[in-house]
Design a protein around this ligand. Structure first.
Ligand code: FAD
Length: 500
């Protein structure tokens, strides 16, 4: 039995804690903030409740596997997953609206009906390619640790899969070669943002995200996605893990021989450990939490990668529209701008996009709004918070910036047919700077590093670090961000540590 300290109670940290405790280790989780869940946050006020981070759950089998491996499925009253249909409504600048039906044939028919043939046939070919890439990546990449030996080559793909994975091609390039309708290309481009990346630089392999969403569906957790975090937290505790909130770790400590031997808390107390699992962002871990000299390789690797995008979140507490006048709104709505590239240009050079894509999460869930209200979560891509000049970021704490941009986004919503200004009771903003303060992610970068270039997968920090006994779990580590991937990273870490 090893003494394990997990730094951070994000979904990845909690899932690793549950697995390691179930495997017989003595596990302590140290979370700096008063609540668990990390980016999977929740905000409530005046009868309104909002998921402040993730709103779409994909690959539910990954969570089922976690619960199965740690004691069995959670009770229906503890965690319910509801399949969404449609998964989202897409709205384009030319006025086209289409529903991404969960059923593939219905979706393809919708594409032909709204965009005109051969949109459905093109998408079918693209979906087949996405399935091929996903299958090629699933076991050797998504479910396995990457090792330094893989650097510089596409180590996970079997030679026969290389033409499908097309490491020389960008996601944008793949779209241009496979689908004709520009609106389909926008839909494909958007999957790059699931890893905080620019589709023009993201590898074509990210087409696998399309498959993950279409094949396994989009899901919601009634009561809010925060209940998923609560269920994993409860599972970790039931397996014997100790979860300490309000407990910030300042440093990982090592023996003179360079092996991990514990962590030092912000108040100076030292917790001994045989194994440390860091669920903090890689930039924070390698930027100052390791003894001098030990984080050098990790820092070098991160310097070669771009920081991922962040997000600007607007929580809108609205009065409900009078019966009969309610405009039908899907659970998720994506509004594309006329010029998507201008948005990526702005975000990756530290500017505010003037006409960004807008993502709405408007759950019809009594847990999220009072009977006479509606809770809208609005998300736009944003440059990270980097107040110092010279880097591609913004000072999101500049007085007036967040409120000014919030009003701009409300005006844009109005211009795109969703004028809610007359029924707005109040709003809250969550800027990249707020995200940094709440979750410790430097700059509020949601996914650590962006996936730019064929080698980006190998620039992402590995789960087994170069420091003996130190493991890394979560969205900034392999295999990447998003709820299912961080839970996969926890399974990889638990395997690397092994049973007690
Ligand atoms: C606005 C937004 C929308 C998103 N939408 C989706 C979506 O729809 N679907 C999806 O799948 N994913 C989405 N994501 C991404 C998803 O939320 C993340 O990939 C995932 O939650 C990250 O989990 P993690 O394990 O990396 O930990 P994190 O959530 O990053 O948590 C890390 C934890 O470590 C703690 N910590 C940091 N430093 C210390 C320290 N020194 N000591 C102690 N504790 C520390 C933090 O407080 C935090 O609780 C979204 C994220 C955001 C922000």
């Amino acid at each position: 039995m090893a003494q394990v300290v997990v730094i951070g109670a994000g979904v990845g940290g909690l899932a690793a804690a549950a697995r390691l405790a179930a495997a017989g280790h003595e596990v302590t989780v140290c979370e700096q903030s008063p609540a668990v869940g990390g980016k999977l946050g929740w905000y409530e006020r005046d009868g309104y409740g909002f998921d402040t981070g993730p709103s779409l759950l994909t690959m539910p089998h990954v969570f089922e596997d976690l619960f199965a491996a740690t004691g069995g499925p959670p009770g229906q009253d503890e965690l319910e997953l509801r399949r969404l249909d449609p998964i989202a409504a897409y709205r384009f600048a030319d006025g086209t609206v289409l529903a991404a039906h969960a059923d593939e044939e219905a979706f393809l028919a919708e594409l032909d009906a709204r965009l005109g043939a051969p949109a459905g046939a093109d998408w079918r070919r693209l979906a087949a390619r996405a399935a091929r890439v996903f299958d090629a990546a699933e076991r050797p990449f998504l479910a396995s640790p990457v090792r330094a030996a893989g650097l510089g080559r596409l180590a996970w793909a079997a030679p026969g899969d290389i033409p499908a994975v097309a490491p020389w091609r960008s996601l944008r390039g793949l779209g241009q070669s496979m689908v004709r309708d520009p609106r389909l290309r926008l839909m494909l481009d958007r999957y790059a943002t699931y890893s905080g990346s620019d589709p023009r630089r993201a590898p074509a392999a990210l087409v696998s995200v399309l498959h993950a969403e279409r094949r396994f569906g989009g899901w919601y957790v009634p009561g809010g996605l925060r209940r998923l975090g609560a269920a994993i937290d409860a599972r970790a505790r039931r397996c014997g893990a100790r979860v300490l909130t309000g407990t910030r770790v300042r440093a990982v400590t090592c023996t003179p021989g360079g092996r991990v031997d514990g962590v030092r808390l912000a108040d100076g107390i030292r917790l001994p450990a045989d194994v440390v699992v860091a669920n903090v962002d890689a930039a924070a871990l390698y930027g100052g939490m390791l003894p001098t000299g030990l984080g050098r390789a990790g820092r070098r690797r991160l310097r070669r990668a771009n920081r991922s995008m962040s997000g600007f979140v607007l929580l809108l507490a609205l009065a409900r529209r009078p019966p009969g006048s309610t405009r039908a709104l899907a659970h998720h709505t994506v509004m594309f701008p006329a010029d998507y590239d201008a948005e990526f240009d702005a975000v990756f050079t530290g500017r505010l996009p003037t006409d960004p894509a807008i993502y709405l999460h408007t759950p019809d869930d009594p847990a999220c709004a009072p009977p006479d209200g509606e809770a809208w979560f609005v998300l736009v891509n944003a440059a990270p918070h980097l107040p110092s000049a010279g880097e591609a970021g913004l000072d999101w704490d500049r007085p007036g910036l967040a409120d000014g941009y919030a009003r701009h986004v409300l005006d844009l919503l109005a211009a795109r047919g969703f004028d809610v200004r007359d029924r707005l009771r109040w709003y809250e903003t969550i800027t990249p700077a707020d995200l940094e303060r709440r979750t410790g992610a430097p700059g509020g970068a949601i996914y650590g590093t962006a996936s730019h270039g064929a080698r980006s997968a190998f620039l992402r920090p590995p789960n087994a670090t170069a420091v003996r006994g130190l493991f890394h779990v979560g969205g900034s580590a392999h295999p990447g961000g998003g709820l299912p991937l961080v839970v996969l990273s926890a399974a990889i870490v638990a395997d690397l540590v092994g049973p007690a």
